[in-house]
Design a protein around this ligand. Sequence first.
Ligand SMILES: Cc1cc2nc3c(=O)[nH]c(=O)nc-3n(C[C@H](O)[C@H](O)[C@H](O)COP(=O)(O)OP(=O)(O)OC[C@H]3O[C@@H](n4cnc5c(N)ncnc54)[C@H](O)[C@@H]3O)c2cc1C
Length: 419
Amino acid sequence: MDQRSYERNFREMSEKNSHKQIVVVGGGAAGCMAAIAACSAGGDVTLIEKNKTVAKKILSTGNGKCNFCHDVIRPGDFHLSEGNEFITSVLKAYPVEKCLDDFRKMGITPLVKDGYVYPYSEQAKSVTEVLTRSLKGVKVITECSVTEIKKDGEKFTVKTSGKEFTADAVIITTGGEAAPVTGSTGDGFKFAKTFGLKMAKPVPALTSLTVKDHPYKKAAGVRIRGTVSILIDGKEAGSDTGQLQITKTGFSGIPVFNVSRFASRALDEGKKVTLRLAFLPELSDADIRNEFETRLSKQIGSVYDAMIGLFPDSFADALLRNAGVDPDKKASDTKAADKLFKASRELTVTVTGTGDMASSQVTCGGVLLSEVNAATMESNKHKGLYLAGEVLDIDGMCGGYNLYFAWASGFIAGSTAVR
Ligand SMILES: Cc1cc2nc3c(=O)[nH]c(=O)nc-3n(C[C@H](O)[C@H](O)[C@H](O)COP(=O)(O)OP(=O)(O)OC[C@H]3O[C@@H](n4cnc5c(N)ncnc54)[C@H](O)[C@@H]3O)c2cc1C
Protein backbone atom coordinates (compact mmCIF):
# COMPACT_ATOMS: atom_id res chain seq x y z
CA MET A 1 0.00 0.00 0.00
CA ASP A 2 1.45 3.43 -0.89
CA GLN A 3 1.50 6.52 1.33
CA ARG A 4 -1.58 8.16 -0.26
CA SER A 5 -3.72 5.07 0.23
CA TYR A 6 -2.59 4.98 3.88
CA GLU A 7 -3.67 8.57 4.42
CA ARG A 8 -7.06 7.95 2.79
CA ASN A 9 -7.54 4.81 4.90
CA PHE A 10 -6.52 6.78 7.98
CA ARG A 11 -9.32 9.31 7.54
CA GLU A 12 -11.89 6.58 6.93
CA MET A 13 -10.67 4.54 9.87
CA SER A 14 -10.76 7.42 12.37
CA GLU A 15 -14.45 7.82 11.67
CA LYS A 16 -15.24 4.09 11.85
CA ASN A 17 -13.05 2.80 14.67
CA SER A 18 -13.35 5.27 17.48
CA HIS A 19 -13.94 2.61 20.13
CA LYS A 20 -11.46 -0.07 19.17
CA GLN A 21 -9.30 -0.92 22.18
CA ILE A 22 -5.62 -1.19 21.38
CA VAL A 23 -2.94 -2.12 23.91
CA VAL A 24 0.65 -1.30 22.95
CA VAL A 25 3.20 -3.30 24.97
CA GLY A 26 6.48 -1.39 25.37
CA GLY A 27 6.97 2.36 25.05
CA GLY A 28 10.19 2.59 23.05
CA ALA A 29 10.51 4.13 19.58
CA ALA A 30 8.21 1.63 17.86
CA GLY A 31 5.67 1.59 20.71
CA CYS A 32 5.38 5.38 20.96
CA MET A 33 4.96 5.69 17.19
CA ALA A 34 2.42 2.84 17.12
CA ALA A 35 0.40 4.44 19.95
CA ILE A 36 0.47 7.89 18.31
CA ALA A 37 -0.64 6.45 14.94
CA ALA A 38 -3.38 4.27 16.48
CA CYS A 39 -4.70 7.16 18.54
CA SER A 40 -4.80 9.58 15.62
CA ALA A 41 -6.60 6.92 13.58
CA GLY A 42 -9.36 6.91 16.21
CA GLY A 43 -8.38 4.00 18.48
CA ASP A 44 -8.81 3.86 22.24
CA VAL A 45 -5.12 3.31 23.00
CA THR A 46 -3.29 2.18 26.13
CA LEU A 47 0.52 2.14 26.11
CA ILE A 48 2.18 0.04 28.82
CA GLU A 49 5.83 0.66 29.64
CA LYS A 50 7.88 -0.99 32.37
CA ASN A 51 10.26 1.98 32.89
CA LYS A 52 9.39 5.18 34.76
CA THR A 53 9.20 7.06 31.48
CA VAL A 54 8.71 6.12 27.84
CA ALA A 55 11.50 6.09 25.24
CA LYS A 56 14.38 5.62 27.70
CA LYS A 57 16.67 4.05 25.08
CA ILE A 58 16.31 7.02 22.75
CA LEU A 59 18.20 9.21 25.23
CA SER A 60 21.38 7.20 24.64
CA THR A 61 21.08 6.96 20.86
CA GLY A 62 23.47 8.73 18.50
CA ASN A 63 25.82 9.53 21.41
CA GLY A 64 23.04 11.50 23.09
CA LYS A 65 22.09 13.30 19.86
CA CYS A 66 19.65 10.68 18.46
CA ASN A 67 20.43 9.80 14.88
CA PHE A 68 16.75 9.15 14.25
CA CYS A 69 16.76 8.51 10.49
CA HIS A 70 18.95 8.53 7.36
CA ASP A 71 18.39 10.90 4.46
CA VAL A 72 18.19 8.09 1.90
CA ILE A 73 17.25 4.53 2.87
CA ARG A 74 17.37 1.52 0.58
CA PRO A 75 16.39 -2.11 1.23
CA GLY A 76 20.09 -3.07 1.12
CA ASP A 77 20.75 -1.03 4.26
CA PHE A 78 19.08 -3.75 6.32
CA HIS A 79 19.88 -7.36 7.11
CA LEU A 80 16.88 -9.65 7.09
CA SER A 81 16.78 -13.37 6.82
CA GLU A 82 13.92 -13.62 4.34
CA GLY A 83 14.38 -11.53 1.22
CA ASN A 84 14.00 -7.81 0.60
CA GLU A 85 10.26 -7.70 -0.20
CA PHE A 86 9.39 -7.02 3.44
CA ILE A 87 11.52 -3.89 3.80
CA THR A 88 10.66 -2.71 0.28
CA SER A 89 7.01 -2.73 1.29
CA VAL A 90 7.77 -0.86 4.56
CA LEU A 91 9.77 1.80 2.70
CA LYS A 92 6.90 2.28 0.28
CA ALA A 93 4.27 2.60 3.01
CA TYR A 94 6.39 4.86 5.22
CA PRO A 95 8.98 6.63 3.06
CA VAL A 96 11.82 8.61 4.62
CA GLU A 97 10.09 11.85 3.52
CA LYS A 98 7.00 10.93 5.54
CA CYS A 99 9.14 10.02 8.55
CA LEU A 100 10.93 13.39 8.44
CA ASP A 101 7.65 15.18 7.85
CA ASP A 102 6.01 13.48 10.85
CA PHE A 103 8.95 14.54 13.02
CA ARG A 104 8.80 18.09 11.64
CA LYS A 105 5.11 18.19 12.58
CA MET A 106 6.02 17.06 16.10
CA GLY A 107 8.58 19.87 16.30
CA ILE A 108 11.83 18.22 15.22
CA THR A 109 13.74 20.13 12.54
CA PRO A 110 16.10 17.65 10.89
CA LEU A 111 19.84 18.25 10.72
CA VAL A 112 21.60 16.07 8.13
CA LYS A 113 25.30 15.24 8.55
CA ASP A 114 26.81 12.83 6.00
CA GLY A 115 23.32 11.39 5.52
CA TYR A 116 22.76 10.82 9.26
CA VAL A 117 19.65 12.71 10.43
CA TYR A 118 19.56 14.31 13.90
CA PRO A 119 17.22 16.79 15.55
CA TYR A 120 18.60 20.31 14.90
CA SER A 121 18.95 20.74 18.67
CA GLU A 122 21.36 17.75 18.59
CA GLN A 123 19.71 16.56 21.79
CA ALA A 124 18.10 13.14 22.00
CA LYS A 125 15.84 14.42 24.74
CA SER A 126 14.13 16.66 22.15
CA VAL A 127 12.91 13.45 20.50
CA THR A 128 11.65 11.89 23.73
CA GLU A 129 9.98 15.18 24.67
CA VAL A 130 8.06 15.54 21.39
CA LEU A 131 7.05 11.86 21.46
CA THR A 132 5.77 12.24 25.01
CA ARG A 133 3.86 15.38 23.98
CA SER A 134 2.39 13.59 20.96
CA LEU A 135 1.07 10.78 23.15
CA LYS A 136 -1.71 13.14 24.28
CA GLY A 137 -4.90 11.12 23.97
CA VAL A 138 -3.11 7.82 24.72
CA LYS A 139 -3.45 6.28 28.20
CA VAL A 140 0.21 5.93 29.11
CA ILE A 141 0.87 3.54 32.00
CA THR A 142 4.48 3.50 33.19
CA GLU A 143 6.32 1.39 35.80
CA CYS A 144 4.09 -1.49 34.74
CA SER A 145 5.51 -4.68 33.30
CA VAL A 146 3.44 -6.89 31.00
CA THR A 147 3.80 -10.49 32.13
CA GLU A 148 1.46 -12.39 29.81
CA ILE A 149 -0.62 -11.86 26.66
CA LYS A 150 -3.49 -14.26 25.93
CA LYS A 151 -6.15 -14.45 23.26
CA ASP A 152 -9.62 -15.72 24.17
CA GLY A 153 -11.87 -15.73 21.12
CA GLU A 154 -11.77 -12.29 19.52
CA LYS A 155 -10.35 -10.51 22.57
CA PHE A 156 -6.89 -10.28 24.13
CA THR A 157 -6.07 -10.24 27.83
CA VAL A 158 -2.89 -8.41 28.77
CA LYS A 159 -1.68 -9.30 32.27
CA THR A 160 0.71 -6.93 33.99
CA SER A 161 2.49 -6.49 37.31
CA GLY A 162 -0.62 -4.40 38.17
CA LYS A 163 -4.05 -4.76 36.63
CA GLU A 164 -5.28 -6.74 33.61
CA PHE A 165 -6.30 -5.12 30.32
CA THR A 166 -8.69 -6.30 27.62
CA ALA A 167 -8.01 -5.39 24.01
CA ASP A 168 -9.29 -5.89 20.48
CA ALA A 169 -5.71 -5.70 19.23
CA VAL A 170 -2.30 -5.90 20.87
CA ILE A 171 0.90 -4.43 19.44
CA ILE A 172 4.11 -5.97 20.80
CA THR A 173 6.92 -3.38 20.71
CA THR A 174 9.13 -4.66 23.51
CA GLY A 175 12.40 -4.37 21.53
CA GLY A 176 15.05 -7.08 21.48
CA GLU A 177 17.71 -7.95 24.05
CA ALA A 178 20.33 -5.28 23.28
CA ALA A 179 21.03 -2.71 26.01
CA PRO A 180 18.74 -4.45 28.54
CA VAL A 181 19.38 -1.67 31.06
CA THR A 182 16.95 0.41 28.96
CA GLY A 183 14.16 -2.14 29.49
CA SER A 184 14.50 -4.41 26.44
CA THR A 185 15.05 -7.73 28.15
CA GLY A 186 13.61 -10.03 25.49
CA ASP A 187 10.07 -10.21 26.95
CA GLY A 188 8.59 -9.87 23.46
CA PHE A 189 10.38 -13.04 22.38
CA LYS A 190 8.72 -14.91 25.25
CA PHE A 191 5.28 -13.54 24.28
CA ALA A 192 5.91 -14.48 20.63
CA LYS A 193 6.84 -18.01 21.65
CA THR A 194 3.59 -18.44 23.60
CA PHE A 195 1.78 -17.59 20.35
CA GLY A 196 3.88 -20.17 18.52
CA LEU A 197 5.70 -17.61 16.36
CA LYS A 198 8.98 -18.77 14.83
CA MET A 199 12.17 -16.94 15.72
CA ALA A 200 15.80 -16.55 14.70
CA LYS A 201 18.02 -16.86 17.80
CA PRO A 202 18.87 -13.37 19.11
CA VAL A 203 22.59 -12.52 19.04
CA PRO A 204 24.35 -9.15 19.59
CA ALA A 205 24.81 -6.73 16.68
CA LEU A 206 26.38 -3.28 16.27
CA THR A 207 29.05 -4.21 18.74
CA SER A 208 32.82 -4.63 19.13
CA LEU A 209 34.97 -7.64 18.28
CA THR A 210 37.61 -9.43 20.33
CA VAL A 211 40.51 -11.12 18.57
CA LYS A 212 43.13 -13.77 19.27
CA ASP A 213 46.78 -12.68 19.65
CA HIS A 214 45.77 -9.02 19.26
CA PRO A 215 48.45 -7.51 17.04
CA TYR A 216 47.65 -3.91 18.04
CA LYS A 217 47.09 -4.35 21.78
CA LYS A 218 49.79 -1.75 22.52
CA ALA A 219 47.95 0.76 20.32
CA ALA A 220 44.71 0.49 22.37
CA GLY A 221 42.92 3.82 22.33
CA VAL A 222 44.10 4.74 18.82
CA ARG A 223 41.51 5.72 16.20
CA ILE A 224 42.53 5.11 12.62
CA ARG A 225 40.78 4.77 9.28
CA GLY A 226 40.56 1.34 7.74
CA THR A 227 38.51 -1.26 5.93
CA VAL A 228 37.35 -4.29 7.90
CA SER A 229 36.00 -7.47 6.35
CA ILE A 230 34.49 -10.46 8.12
CA LEU A 231 35.38 -13.84 6.67
CA ILE A 232 33.28 -16.84 7.69
CA ASP A 233 34.99 -20.13 7.04
CA GLY A 234 37.21 -18.15 4.65
CA LYS A 235 34.39 -16.49 2.70
CA GLU A 236 33.71 -12.74 2.92
CA ALA A 237 30.34 -12.03 4.59
CA GLY A 238 30.53 -8.26 5.02
CA SER A 239 32.87 -5.30 4.78
CA ASP A 240 32.92 -1.64 5.74
CA THR A 241 35.28 1.34 5.75
CA GLY A 242 35.60 4.17 8.25
CA GLN A 243 37.21 5.08 11.53
CA LEU A 244 38.28 2.08 13.60
CA GLN A 245 38.94 2.16 17.31
CA ILE A 246 41.62 -0.13 18.66
CA THR A 247 40.69 -1.58 22.04
CA LYS A 248 42.68 -3.69 24.53
CA THR A 249 40.95 -6.85 23.31
CA GLY A 250 40.26 -6.11 19.66
CA PHE A 251 38.52 -3.55 17.50
CA SER A 252 35.51 -1.26 17.69
CA GLY A 253 34.11 1.76 15.83
CA ILE A 254 31.35 2.11 13.24
CA PRO A 255 32.80 -0.17 10.50
CA VAL A 256 33.41 -2.91 13.07
CA PHE A 257 29.88 -2.45 14.46
CA ASN A 258 28.48 -2.78 10.95
CA VAL A 259 30.10 -6.17 10.33
CA SER A 260 29.74 -7.52 13.88
CA ARG A 261 26.34 -9.17 13.22
CA PHE A 262 27.97 -11.60 10.79
CA ALA A 263 30.59 -12.53 13.39
CA SER A 264 27.97 -12.94 16.14
CA ARG A 265 25.80 -15.27 14.11
CA ALA A 266 28.72 -17.32 12.76
CA LEU A 267 30.41 -17.70 16.16
CA ASP A 268 27.10 -18.83 17.63
CA GLU A 269 26.95 -21.48 14.90
CA GLY A 270 30.49 -22.62 15.73
CA LYS A 271 32.03 -21.33 12.48
CA LYS A 272 35.53 -19.94 12.04
CA VAL A 273 35.47 -16.15 11.92
CA THR A 274 38.37 -14.04 10.66
CA LEU A 275 38.76 -10.27 10.52
CA ARG A 276 40.74 -8.82 7.63
CA LEU A 277 42.08 -5.31 8.17
CA ALA A 278 43.34 -2.88 5.55
CA PHE A 279 44.59 0.51 6.69
CA LEU A 280 45.04 3.62 4.50
CA PRO A 281 41.77 2.81 2.68
CA GLU A 282 41.91 5.95 0.52
CA LEU A 283 45.14 4.84 -1.18
CA SER A 284 45.53 2.25 -3.92
CA ASP A 285 47.95 -0.64 -3.40
CA ALA A 286 50.41 1.02 -5.80
CA ASP A 287 50.17 4.35 -3.96
CA ILE A 288 50.83 2.68 -0.62
CA ARG A 289 53.91 0.82 -1.87
CA ASN A 290 55.14 4.09 -3.34
CA GLU A 291 54.42 5.97 -0.10
CA PHE A 292 56.44 3.49 2.00
CA GLU A 293 59.30 3.37 -0.50
CA THR A 294 59.52 7.16 -0.71
CA ARG A 295 59.47 7.55 3.06
CA LEU A 296 62.11 4.86 3.61
CA SER A 297 64.41 6.18 0.88
CA LYS A 298 64.54 9.67 2.40
CA GLN A 299 66.89 8.38 5.12
CA ILE A 300 65.54 10.88 7.64
CA GLY A 301 66.43 8.84 10.71
CA SER A 302 64.94 5.58 11.97
CA VAL A 303 62.23 3.59 10.22
CA TYR A 304 59.91 4.78 12.98
CA ASP A 305 60.79 8.43 12.15
CA ALA A 306 59.93 7.73 8.51
CA MET A 307 56.35 6.86 9.50
CA ILE A 308 55.68 10.15 11.32
CA GLY A 309 52.73 11.95 9.82
CA LEU A 310 51.28 8.82 8.25
CA PHE A 311 50.22 6.84 11.31
CA PRO A 312 49.52 7.74 14.96
CA ASP A 313 52.72 7.03 16.98
CA SER A 314 51.74 3.96 19.03
CA PHE A 315 50.10 2.46 15.97
CA ALA A 316 53.22 3.02 13.83
CA ASP A 317 55.34 1.26 16.43
CA ALA A 318 52.96 -1.75 16.54
CA LEU A 319 52.69 -1.85 12.74
CA LEU A 320 56.48 -1.98 12.34
CA ARG A 321 56.81 -4.73 14.93
CA ASN A 322 53.96 -6.72 13.31
CA ALA A 323 55.75 -6.36 9.99
CA GLY A 324 58.97 -7.69 11.54
CA VAL A 325 60.74 -4.36 10.96
CA ASP A 326 62.89 -2.90 13.77
CA PRO A 327 61.51 0.62 14.41
CA ASP A 328 64.97 1.83 15.50
CA LYS A 329 66.72 0.67 12.36
CA LYS A 330 68.05 3.35 10.00
CA ALA A 331 65.52 4.15 7.30
CA SER A 332 67.55 3.26 4.29
CA ASP A 333 66.19 -0.18 3.59
CA THR A 334 63.43 0.19 1.00
CA LYS A 335 63.00 -3.62 1.13
CA ALA A 336 61.03 -3.06 4.34
CA ALA A 337 58.37 -1.39 2.17
CA ASP A 338 57.00 -4.75 1.07
CA LYS A 339 56.72 -6.00 4.66
CA LEU A 340 54.97 -2.79 5.69
CA PHE A 341 52.59 -3.10 2.77
CA LYS A 342 51.60 -6.62 3.82
CA ALA A 343 51.17 -5.63 7.48
CA SER A 344 49.04 -2.62 6.66
CA ARG A 345 46.89 -4.13 3.89
CA GLU A 346 46.73 -7.87 4.32
CA LEU A 347 46.49 -8.44 8.06
CA THR A 348 44.07 -11.14 9.19
CA VAL A 349 43.20 -12.03 12.79
CA THR A 350 40.97 -14.69 14.32
CA VAL A 351 37.79 -13.31 15.91
CA THR A 352 37.14 -14.95 19.27
CA GLY A 353 34.03 -13.05 20.36
CA THR A 354 31.82 -9.99 20.20
CA GLY A 355 30.54 -7.54 22.76
CA ASP A 356 27.66 -8.95 24.83
CA MET A 357 24.02 -7.85 24.65
CA ALA A 358 24.64 -5.28 27.40
CA SER A 359 27.18 -3.45 25.25
CA SER A 360 25.47 -3.95 21.88
CA GLN A 361 23.21 -1.43 20.19
CA VAL A 362 20.92 -3.82 18.35
CA THR A 363 19.72 -7.43 18.34
CA CYS A 364 20.30 -9.60 15.28
CA GLY A 365 17.47 -12.15 15.17
CA GLY A 366 13.97 -12.13 16.60
CA VAL A 367 10.52 -13.01 15.31
CA LEU A 368 10.80 -14.16 11.69
CA LEU A 369 9.45 -11.67 9.17
CA SER A 370 7.47 -14.48 7.51
CA GLU A 371 5.32 -14.49 10.67
CA VAL A 372 3.93 -11.00 9.94
CA ASN A 373 2.25 -9.24 7.05
CA ALA A 374 4.55 -6.44 5.83
CA ALA A 375 1.59 -4.25 4.89
CA THR A 376 0.09 -4.31 8.40
CA MET A 377 2.66 -5.87 10.81
CA GLU A 378 -0.14 -8.24 11.88
CA SER A 379 0.70 -11.82 12.75
CA ASN A 380 -0.22 -14.18 9.91
CA LYS A 381 -1.38 -16.73 12.50
CA HIS A 382 -3.19 -14.58 15.06
CA LYS A 383 -5.63 -11.90 13.95
CA GLY A 384 -5.30 -8.74 16.06
CA LEU A 385 -1.73 -9.47 17.19
CA TYR A 386 0.84 -7.03 15.79
CA LEU A 387 4.62 -6.79 16.17
CA ALA A 388 6.89 -3.84 15.38
CA GLY A 389 10.45 -2.65 15.93
CA GLU A 390 13.45 -4.61 17.10
CA VAL A 391 11.39 -7.59 18.28
CA LEU A 392 11.34 -8.54 14.58
CA ASP A 393 14.20 -10.26 12.77
CA ILE A 394 15.64 -7.24 10.97
CA ASP A 395 18.63 -5.09 11.82
CA GLY A 396 20.18 -2.11 10.12
CA MET A 397 23.62 -0.55 9.98
CA CYS A 398 24.72 2.45 12.05
CA GLY A 399 23.25 5.64 10.58
CA GLY A 400 19.62 5.93 11.75
CA TYR A 401 18.28 2.81 10.01
CA ASN A 402 17.23 0.97 13.16
CA LEU A 403 15.23 3.88 14.51
CA TYR A 404 13.73 4.43 11.06
CA PHE A 405 12.51 0.82 11.09
CA ALA A 406 11.08 1.26 14.59
CA TRP A 407 9.14 4.40 13.52
CA ALA A 408 8.01 2.89 10.21
CA SER A 409 6.87 -0.49 11.53
CA GLY A 410 5.30 1.18 14.58
CA PHE A 411 3.38 3.57 12.34
CA ILE A 412 2.15 0.77 10.07
CA ALA A 413 1.10 -1.43 13.03
CA GLY A 414 -0.63 1.40 14.89
CA SER A 415 -2.50 2.79 11.92
CA THR A 416 -3.76 -0.62 10.74
CA ALA A 417 -4.51 -2.16 14.17
CA VAL A 418 -7.52 0.15 14.60
CA ARG A 419 -9.26 -1.32 11.55
C1 LIG B 1 23.50 2.98 22.89
C2 LIG B 1 22.58 2.86 21.70
C3 LIG B 1 22.67 3.79 20.68
C4 LIG B 1 21.84 3.67 19.55
N1 LIG B 1 21.90 4.65 18.60
C5 LIG B 1 21.08 4.57 17.53
C6 LIG B 1 21.04 5.64 16.59
O1 LIG B 1 21.69 6.68 16.77
N2 LIG B 1 20.24 5.49 15.51
C7 LIG B 1 19.45 4.38 15.32
O2 LIG B 1 18.76 4.28 14.31
N3 LIG B 1 19.44 3.38 16.23
C8 LIG B 1 20.20 3.47 17.33
N4 LIG B 1 20.17 2.47 18.28
C9 LIG B 1 19.22 1.34 18.08
C10 LIG B 1 17.78 1.81 18.38
O3 LIG B 1 17.77 2.58 19.56
C11 LIG B 1 16.84 0.62 18.52
O4 LIG B 1 16.93 -0.20 17.39
C12 LIG B 1 15.39 1.09 18.70
O5 LIG B 1 15.29 1.92 19.83
C13 LIG B 1 14.44 -0.09 18.82
O6 LIG B 1 13.18 0.41 19.13
P1 LIG B 1 12.05 -0.52 19.76
O7 LIG B 1 10.93 0.39 20.09
O8 LIG B 1 11.80 -1.67 18.88
O9 LIG B 1 12.67 -1.10 21.07
P2 LIG B 1 13.20 -0.34 22.46
O10 LIG B 1 13.62 1.02 22.08
O11 LIG B 1 14.15 -1.27 23.00
O12 LIG B 1 11.87 -0.24 23.30
C14 LIG B 1 11.25 -1.33 23.91
C15 LIG B 1 10.47 -0.82 25.11
O13 LIG B 1 9.64 -1.86 25.61
C16 LIG B 1 9.69 -1.83 27.03
N5 LIG B 1 9.36 -3.18 27.52
C17 LIG B 1 10.05 -4.33 27.31
N6 LIG B 1 9.43 -5.37 27.88
C18 LIG B 1 8.32 -4.87 28.48
C19 LIG B 1 7.27 -5.44 29.25
N7 LIG B 1 7.24 -6.75 29.53
N8 LIG B 1 6.28 -4.64 29.71
C20 LIG B 1 6.29 -3.30 29.45
N9 LIG B 1 7.26 -2.70 28.74
C21 LIG B 1 8.27 -3.47 28.25
C22 LIG B 1 11.10 -1.42 27.34
O14 LIG B 1 11.25 -0.92 28.64
C23 LIG B 1 11.38 -0.39 26.24
O15 LIG B 1 11.03 0.91 26.66
C24 LIG B 1 20.94 2.57 19.42
C25 LIG B 1 20.85 1.65 20.47
C26 LIG B 1 21.65 1.78 21.60
C27 LIG B 1 21.52 0.79 22.72
